[in-house]
Structures are given as structure tokens and as C-alpha cells.
Design a protein around this ligand. Structure first.
Ligand code: 5AD
Ligand code: SF4
Length: 467
């Protein structure tokens, strides 16, 4: 097997002339103007897939550019979780009427590609590459076919075996390294398109995960985020048979790793062993993203979420029993077909009961192939909007109170942002809270510092570095 390298953007693209060249990766634009532009929509899985796609292209001698005008290959890594996201890509593609002929190679990747397939070629005849997220392992071959002059190439199989491993992953975020440990989804939530776009669940062998973590630590990363649509459904396919909690502990034990995050957890597979691991291992971040989707057992049944409101709240109680406080965040859908006023009230009261530190709330959007698509009793968009506002208002108030209660506390913050105003920085706590703070020190990016909270808002904490 060829050695995989994980390097940062600057080193691979040559944007930073001070960096040594990486073996086999040219720093100058390849002859013939082999340049690519890549725009990403959607979740962290897509962001990370784009990092791998960029790695594949950089390994083939392409250079990444920041504008469409400068690019020969233009790629969109798309999201189809809600209709609006999927429509966005067609409006992007519509703009290419202004690039006639063969001047640019346009490619559509990701979930819309998987879902729409050949239809994309019909609607946008100038597109030459369509490749779904479940068949990315074929991407290098598809690009080779394009380079060989094939007019149109397509990858739409749903690979059940292969996961998308690349020799080079070009990581965009210099502070947090994403790492997919499980692809696809075997759940069948009635509203969700993911099982159709990303295919069935495939876990990556624990030894391979740990090898990549070691390499990331060697490259200077101290924070790792393990990814999967249902990350905690991880099943080690190797003979080691590590459970998800055991994998977490093993990743946290890698020398140089200070923070391990993971997302998204499915409530059904969320066991006490995960809480015990977080309790026992300080490197495991005290934050769990545990989407509930609805507070009404009746709607949860219709959504095929496989748990009741009470069972979900038992998981929350289990998390709250931990010795160190664990922050919990969630996703909620409003306006699912047949959702009544009582169901909405149940979602609102669940917010009170769960005491989340953050919620992403969405208006239900019917998606192709899903069982909910043609359910009766659709809710009007206007009403969905009202329900969304009610959820957001209630949650905002909860966060306001929760954050206010943190005034005076001190957090360890991993600094990942500098304000244009001197002396102002931002970063995240292990619990994933955003802290904006002042410090007399310089060059704090990438440092771990102690920050005392002086004031708060619903979405962030404000403080100063404790020196
Ligand atoms: N409509 C609205 N929201 C959806 N989500 C998934 N599918 C849909 C849909 N059809 C939300 C869920 C999920 C998040 C990533 O997106 O809340 O957790
Ligand atoms: Fe979609 Fe449900 Fe799978 Fe999450 S668990 S990706 S919501 S089908």
C-alpha cells in the first residue's frame, strides 16, 4: 500500500512559499493549466470528502484556485438533505451558459449527483462529470477518463465494500482534522435521503483509523473529529472488534492528541459505555450531538426513529449523570406531515427537559425516494416557518440562561480565530462552546489557553485570558 500523507493546504498548493515541497506534488500550476475550483455544500462529511477530492486532484498534478474564472475543472460537492440545498446546485450550474464550448470541465459530486444521476446531464448539458458520494473510490479513474478526452463520465454505483481512501488528503482546517470512520447509513428515517445518497453503512477498520490519527498527530494536529452519519453505530470490521467507545479511547490515547470529537450520534445506539469513556478520558470532548428530531413519540414513530420521547430523555439523563458536565446539542425537524399543535408543544417541552446547549432546527422538506414523501396532511410552508421560529425562540432563551450561568467559570480554549481588532481572539471549549476573549498575548492561533467568562449571549461566551 502506498503511504498516505496528510498535509495542510499551504504545503500542497504552494500558497506558502516557506513550506518545503511535498514529494510528488508540484507547487507550480501543472502544464496545460490543470487547475481546479471546488465548492462544497452541506455537512462535515461533505467538507471532508472535498478534502479527499482535492487530495486526489493535487496528487494528479492539479492546482487548486480560488475563482471559477481561473479554473479549468470546476467541481461542486453537493448536498440534497433538503430541497433548497439541492436547488442551489442548479442555480450554480445555470451560470455556465456564459462559458460556451469546452473551455471548462464542470463536475457535480456528492448527494445531488447520486440522487439525480443522468438527469443532471439532461438539465445542464455542459456538465461532464457526475459522481455520487457512494462511488468516490472510482473518482481517480473517472478523472483519468476525462483527461483522456471522454466527453461525459459518471460514477453512480453504491460501493458497498470500498471506502473512499486517498493517498493524499488535503486538509482545509489547520486546527481540526476530520476523519470518517463510518460511511453511509442503515437507518431508515422516513424523511431522510441519506441512505439513498450515501448507501449502506460501512465502517473502517480500527487499525486504519488509528494509523491515520497517528499520522495526523505527527503532522501537528491535536484535535480530531470522527465523522459518520451515525458515528456511534461504528462496528469494527477487523478481528479486533473494537466497540465505538473503545475506538474513542484508543484515538484519545494517541500521543499528541488533546481533543477528540465525534458526530453525529444516533440515540438508539448511544450507550452508557460512551458516557463512561468521556468521564474517564479527559481528551474525549465533553460534548455530544444527539439529534432528537421531534419531542412527540407519535411523530418519532412516523419518522421511524426507533425510540420514544421517554427513551430519548433516558439517554439525556444518563449523560447528565456523568461526573463531568457534558454539553448536548440536537437537531429538530418542524412541520413533518401530520404534526399537530400538541406535537409542536411536545417538541418545545422537550427542549426544556433536555436543556441543550445548541439546536439546529429545520423545516421539513419532502425528499425523493423517502417514505414520508407522499404522506398526507402536509403542513404549509408558512406554518412550518412559524413553528421553526417558536422552536428557535424557546431554544434561544434556554441558551441565554445556560450561558449566563457560566459567567465566572474558566474554560480551556483551543484558539482558532483572530479578530481584526488587536488583542481579540476566539476559540472553542472542549464542550464546543464558542468563546470570544481578549488577551495581551500575541500569536495565539493554535494554542490552548485558559479563559474566564465575563459575560455571555445565547450563542457565545465572552471573557479574558487567565494568565
Ligand atoms: N427535511 C428537513 N430536515 C431534514 N433533515 C434530514 N432530512 C430532512 C428533511 N427531509 C435534518 C435532520 C438531520 C439534519 C442533518 O438534517 O434534522 O439530523
Ligand atoms: Fe438520515 Fe436517519 Fe440515517 Fe441520520 S440516522 S442519516 S436522519 S436516515
Amino acid at each position: 500500500m502506498t503511504e498516505r500523507v496528510d498535509v495542510q493546504l499551504d504545503a500542497l498548493t504552494g500558497l506558502n512559499a516557506g513550506q518545503p515541497a511535498i514529494k510528488g506534488v508540484p507547487r507550480e500550476p501543472a502544464p496545460g493549466g490543470n487547475t481546479f475550483y471546488l465548492e462544497t455544500f452541506g455537512c462535515q462529511m461533505n467538507v471532508h470528502d472535498s478534502e479527499k477530492v482535492a487530495g486526489v486532484l493535487l496528487g494528479r498534478g492539479y492546482q487548486q484556485v480560488d475563482t471559477i474564472d481561473a479554473a479549468r475543472l470546476v467541481l461542486y460537492n453537493t448536498c440534497s438533505i433538503r430541497e433548497k440545498a439541492a436547488q442551489k446546485i442548479y442555480s450554480r450550474l445555470g451560470a455556465y451558459a456564459k462559458y460556451p464550448g469546452e473551455e471548462k470541465i464542470i463536475g457535480v459530486l456528492g448527494c445531488v449527483a447520486q440522487q439525480e444521476g443522468e438527469e443532471i446531464f439532461e438539465r445542464s448539458p455542459w456538465v461532464r462529470l457526475v459522481c455520487g458520494s457512494a462511488s468516490y473510490s472510482k473518482l481517480p479513474d473517472l478523472i483519468a477518463e476525462l483527461e483522456a478526452g471522454n466527453r461525459r463520465v459518471m460514477g453512480l454505483d453504491k460501493d458497498t465494500e470500498a471506502t473512499f481512501e486517498t493517498e493524499i488528503t488535503r486538509r482545509d482546517n489547520p486546527f481540526r482534522a476530520y476523519l470518517t470512520i463510518i460511511e453511509g447509513c442503515d437507518k431508515a428515517c422516513s424523511y431522510c435521503v441519506v441512505p439513498f445518497t450515501r448507501g449502506p453503512e460501512r465502517s473502517r477498520a480500527s487499525a486504519s483509523v488509528l494509523e491515520e490519527v497517528r499520522r495526523l498527530a505527527d503532522a501537528g494536529y491535536s484535535e480530531i473529529q470522527l465523522l459518520g452519519q451515525t458515528v456511534n453505530s461504528y462496528l469494527d470490521p477487523s478481528s479486533k472488534r473494537l466497540s465505538f467507545a473503545e475506538l474513542l479511547v484508543a484515538v484519545a490515547a494517541v500521543q499528541g492528541i488533546r481533543r477528540v470529537r465525534f458526530t453525529t450520534s444516533h440515540p438508539r445506539d448511544f450507550g452508557r459505555d460512551i458516557v463512561e469513556a468521556i468521564d474517564a478520558v479527559p481528551e474525549l470532548c465533553d460534548h455530544v450531538h444527539l439529534p432528537v428530531q421531534s419531542g412527540s413519540t407519535r411523530i418519532l414513530r412516523e419518522m421511524l426513529r426507533t425510540y420514544t420521547r421517554e427513551e430519548y430523555l433516558e439517554k439525556i439523563a444518563m449523560i447528565r449523570e456523568a461526573r463531568r458536565p457534558i454539553s448536548v446539542t440536537s437537531d429538530i425537524i418542524v412541520g413533518f406531515p401530520g404534526e399537530t399543535e400538541e406535537d409542536v408543544e411536545e417538541s418545545l417541552s422537550l427542549l426544556d427537559a433536555a436543556q441543550y446547549d445548541g439546536v439546529f432546527a429545520f423545516q421539513y422538506s419532502p425528499r425523493p425516494n423517502t417514505t414520508a414523501q407522499h404522506m398526507p396532511d402536509a403542513i404549509s410552508e408558512e406554518e412550518k416557518g412559524r413553528r421553526l421560529a417558536r422552536v428557535n425562540d424557546r431554544q434561544r432563551e434556554i441558551q441565554r440562561m445556560r450561558n449566563e450561568a457560566l459567567i465566572g467559570e474558566t474554560f480551556e480554549v483551543f484558539v482558532d480565530g483572530a479578530s481584526r481588532r488587536p488583542g481579540q481572539w476566539s476559540g472553542r471549549s472542549s464542550s464546543n462552546r464558542i468563546l470570544n476573549f481578549t488577551s495581551p498575548r500575541e500569536n495565539l492561533l493554535g494554542e490552548y489557553v485558559s479563559v474566564r467568562v465575563a459575560s455571555s449571549s445565547p450563542n457565545c461566551l465572552i471573557g479574558e485570558q487567565v494568565i
